[in-house]
Design a protein around this ligand. Structure first.
Ligand SMILES: Cc1cc2nc3c(=O)[nH]c(=O)nc-3n(C[C@H](O)[C@H](O)[C@H](O)COP(=O)(O)O)c2cc1C
Length: 225
């Protein structure tokens, strides 16, 4: 699969066939993803691959209460309870994500991604706002994994709701204290067809020329991008 095709066609997959992911396939993906950039080339990412049914169920048990709390806090629970009052695409996504959370134990392969805290340098830590930069040494790797999985015909769902359960996840997977949890990726062969296009903003809405807000695209061009 062409790189640009993968970049434009790797949606979140939340329903999977029961088929196992071959170890060889996963190793190929990780062997490409490892070329991701990181601050100082410290390569602090660490991945625990979980396929054991009991461990997958334990991860679901940690994920589910956080998912339910998130749905309460963000109004998602109302979307599920009163579907007729909401946009059908929102209802569909809420249902799929809810189904994913409840069935997490059946997702064939789980990647628990962490990063060695001492390999992360948050250059914005002193700023009077939420720090963003720390993640920049692990999420390029995560995105490489997602693209690699797509190139192998695998679907994946990136979530971060397990991170607040970091301590329990550490205990479950024997992850040392020096590793911070960054993401969970559920992986498998997608049960649904791949969508023709993903719902994303056009380039003109987020990229600017020289000054913030100034159009980058030529008149007429923005409609297609
Ligand atoms: C940081 C992050 C956290 C996310 N958390 C969740 C989650 O908790 N549950 C879920 O079902 N999807 C989660 N997603 C997936 C997003 O919902 C998805 O990327 C977005 O809706 C676009 O969907 P699409 O790629 O299928 O078009 C997360 C994605 C990111 C990048």
């Amino acid at each position: 699969m062409d790189l640009f095709e993968a970049m434009g066609g790797a949606p979140t997959s939340r329903r999977f066939k029961p088929d196992q992911v071959p170890r060889e396939t996963l190793l190929r993906v990780l062997d490409r993803a490892r070329f991701a950039p990181s601050g100082g080339n410290r390569q602090g990412w660490r991945v625990v691959v979980v396929q054991d049914a009991e461990r997958r169920a334990a991860l679901r048990d940690l994920y589910l209460p956080r998912w339910e709390a998130y749905m309460q806090e963000t109004g998602g629970a109302r979307v599920l309870a009163e579907p007729d009052s909401f946009d059908p695409s929102r209802v569909r996504m809420a249902r799929r994500a809810d189904e994913y959370a409840k069935g997490l134990g059946d997702v064939p392969l789980h990647l628990v991604v962490g990063v060695r805290i001492e390999d992360v340098l948050a250059t914005d830590a002193q700023l009077p706002r939420q720090s963003i930069v720390g993640g920049a040494s692990v999420y390029p790797f995560v995105q490489n994994v997602l693209l690699g999985l797509r190139a192998e015909g695998l679907g994946a769902a990136l979530t971060t709701l397990l991170v607040p359960a970091e301590e329990q996840v550490r205990q479950l997977l024997e992850i040392p204290q020096e590793i911070a949890l960054a993401a969970h990726i559920g992986v498998g062969y997608r049960a649904d067809p791949w969508p023709a296009r993903l719902a994303r903003r056009r380039v003109a809405e987020f990229a600017f020329a020289e000054r913030y807000g100034q159009s980058l695209t030529a008149p007429g061009e923005s409609a297609s991008r």
